[in-house]
Design a protein around this ligand. Structure first.
Ligand SMILES: [Zn+2]
Length: 280
């Protein structure tokens, strides 16, 4: 059933909360239903132009990368570069909104698929597929970005993204395993992902890690993954990005843990480590 049933095609201009676009004299389309972004423009202190100017790097086009990209495209972010060297497999399809069985059959590259779908459905976003390992990206790719999303499944790549981005762009780093998820926001001069690493973490770096940074059973390297947890964590990541883009206070320096079994979400301060190699 359409949510607009019974509502006239042309609506009168609606003045919403003080400080909203309408109240501050911003331009509101006469035919608001024809404006893809109309409903989000009604959010207090929304600035669609600020969202449109964003030039975002999404590292990892797996489950989290799919969800993060979907939200960025829906918001109307101007430019998105999707980085992933991997190809689509059937086991991705339980939680990756852009992938189809045909993509898995063709072994299509994940970043290419997302860029192709975006061109078809989201004309407000210019999407670039970058089918390289994150370690192969040039420094300027990080430096020119206005925000970086970590949508990765291993700690080594996460630390690389953290080090390359620090001081240039905020990092919204997500991870999931089963019903559990994490979000860490890094924005200089805040603490960073490496600040939170212990000696034991360094010792274990050579091992495989789960998405939330804990060592997993090496006999079964396939981390448990649920579409529901993925959606929650991606939403947390992009929500923090929205606040950053709109110039609102965020949670830089914090680590958020989400527990899908109890629905408890806790935010912890990550102390800035003086000996951290990223910022000294
Ligand atoms: Zn640090």
């Amino acid at each position: 059933m359409s949510e607009n049933k019974g509502v006239p095609e042309k609506r009168a201009r609606i003045v919403t909360e003080p400080g909203s676009l309408a109240a501050t004299g911003g331009t509101v389309s006469e035919d608001v239903d024809a404006d893809r972004f109309d409903r989000q423009k009604r959010v207090t202190q929304w600035d669609q132009a600020a969202i449109g100017k964003q030039d975002v790097l999404v590292i990892g086009a797996g489950a989290l990368g799919n969800e993060v990209c979907k939200l960025l495209f829906q918001l109307g972010v101007g430019r998105v570069r999707v980085v992933d060297f991997d190809a689509v497999i059937e086991a991705n399809l339980n939680r990756c909104v852009f992938f189809t069985p045909q993509d898995a059959k063709e072994k299509a590259l994940k970043a290419d698929v997302i860029a192709r779908k975006a061109r078809q459905e989201y004309p407000h976003t210019h999407v670039t597929a970058d089918c390289r390992k994150v370690e192969d990206l040039e420094e300027h790719v990080f430096q020119k970005s206005t925000a970086v999303f970590g949508c990765l499944d291993n700690l080594g790549a996460r630390l690389h993204v953290n080090a390359q981005s620090y001081g240039h762009a905020p990092v919204f780093d997500g991870g999931t395993t089963g019903f559990y998820g994490k979000l860490q926001v890094v924005s200089a001069p805040s603490s960073c992902i490496e600040c939170a690493m212990s000696e034991r973490d360094y010792d274990l770096l050579w091992k495989r890690y789960s998405c939330v940074g804990e060592a997993i059973d090496l006999i079964d390297p396939k981390a448990p993954a649920l579409a529901t947890t993925t959606s929650v964590v991606a939403a947390l990541q992009v929500n923090e990005f929205i606040k950053h883009a709109l110039g609102q206070p965020g949670i830089a320096g914090k680590y958020v843990h989400y527990d899908g079994l109890t629905h408890e979400t806790q935010a912890f301060d990550v102390p800035k480590r003086k000996t951290c190699p990223v910022h000294g």
